[in-house]
Design a protein around this ligand. Structure first.
Ligand code: PLP
Length: 397
């Protein structure tokens, strides 16, 4: 173990099972460790560095803004925050934005908004939110309570009241779960942490119809799938279904901590001064960076390339599946959110790839998750597939 790993064990809370590598530098799709060894990155800080590591454009904006104004709080107006919100609303269904520091906080805002909106319109007691099994919405107390995974709840009971979980992709299950106390349905348009689970055709449209009919808010958690990851700026846009509320974070700042809750005027009307706040949220530094990121990712040519590279990636993995039919159960994904489901736990594959200089991730025990920087190139994909080919031969009996 090197010095950094020892110090980490001594001084940081033991909340992460980290892989044995200390990264020092990044550029585009590449990372370098302390010894100068190079890696190709297919994790991108968990779907965060969509424009690649240390993108020169982002760096320039951050340096300029850091030398101009970093923070004054939301007691005052700042231009980068307003410009970002204007661009987010111009590019989406939404009219209003609340800026936070993370995905969990964006979801907290959405949960609070749904409760407040319902209380304002319908009175007491209507605060339940239906979410999906295997969903992931964050680690704060309310968002872990909203998360449909018992392992995330364990040890933190009693949970925040008012969440019920139904099978992802089952409209009848949602319909059956709605009661007079329900105020909203919250769903990831593609489940990320739950194993890259795609919505069945018509599922999101069905949720929209149900929410309209039962007078519920529809909340899309696009923290992981938003910002070009799936080949459209926001994943739901490919389905032609708009929610009432959407949350973003991760890639919005390309690594700078920023989240956002977007809402229609109708839903957002429930937030008035004093109902919600954050000290750092939307400060000039992160919003200047996010505006730059948003403009670059919203470019149709950029998004088209994401679709093209995603299709290529999945095609290459399908070939791998034919060669390793005992080890690989399936390939799925959209754009550059790609999953390879194995027949056994994927931890060893992740380690063996790292040893070969490829950074990949496994979610939900058996699903290799590939969420590279969106600037990944086809030769990088080919190199990874070659490494996976060797690794699957080596680690599967
Ligand atoms: N929602 C989804 C869909 C996520 O994937 C995540 C994180 O992985 C979160 C919310 C929580 O975001 P954060 O870790 O920024 O709080």
């Amino acid at each position: 173990m090197d010095d950094t790993q020892i110090l980490c064990g001594e001084h940081l809370c033991n909340t992460y099972a980290r892989l044995p590598v200390v990264f020092k530098r990044g550029e585009g799709c590449r990372l370098w460790d302390e010894a100068g060894r190079e890696y190709l990155d297919f994790v991108a800080g968990i779907a965060v560095c969509n424009l690649g590591h240390c993108d020169p454009g982002v760096t320039e904006v951050v340096c300029r803004q850091a030398a101009t104004l970093v923070h004054v709080s939301n007691l005052y107006y700042t231009r980068p925050q307003v410009d970002l919100a204007a661009e987010l609303t111009r590019l989406s269904f939404a009219d209003k934005v609340f800026l936070s520091n993370s995905g969990a906080e964006a979801n907290e805002a959405a949960i609070k908004l749904a409760r407040k909106y319902s209380k304002d319109r319908h009175g007491e007691g209507r605060f339940h939110i239906i979410t999906m099994k295997e969903s992931f919405h964050g680690r704060t107390l309310a968002t872990l309570s909203a998360t449909g995974q018992p392992k995330v709840h364990k040890g933190f009971e009693p949970l925040v009241e008012g969440f019920s979980f139904v099978e992802f992709n089952s409209l009848p299950a949602v319909e059956a779960a709605v009661t007079e106390r329900t105020c909203a349905v919250m769903v990831e348009p593609i489940q990320g942490e739950g194993g890259i689970n795609l919505p069945a055709p018509g599922y999101l449209a069905g949720l929209k119809e149900l929410c309209l009919r039962r007078n519920l808010l529809l909340i899309f958690d696009e923290v992981q799938v938003g910002m070009g990851r799936t080949g459209s700026l926001f994943a739901h846009q490919a389905e032609g279904v708009a929610p009432d509320v959407m949350t973003l974070a991760k890639a919005l700042g390309n690594g700078l901590p920023i989240g956002a809750m977007l809402a229609t005027n109708k839903a957002a009307s429930a937030f008035v001064p004093g109902t919600h706040a954050t000290t750092f949220g939307g400060n000039p530094l992160v919003t200047a960076a996010a505006l730059h990121v948003l403009k670059r990712i919203a470019d149709p040519a950029f998004l088209e390339e994401v679709q093209d590279k995603g299709q290529y990636f999945r095609g290459r993995l399908e070939e791998l599946k034919t060669r390793h039919s005992a080890a690989v159960r399936g390939v799925r994904g959209r754009g550059l959110m790609v999953g390879l489901e194995l027949t056994a736990p994927g931890a060893k594959v992740v380690e063996a790839c790292l040893a070969r200089g490829f950074v990949i991730n496994c979610t939900h025990d058996t699903v290799l998750r590939f969420v590279p920087p969106l600037v990944v190139e086809k030769p990088h994909i080919d190199a990874l597939v070659r490494a996976l080919d060797e690794v699957l031969t080596e680690v599967t009996p």
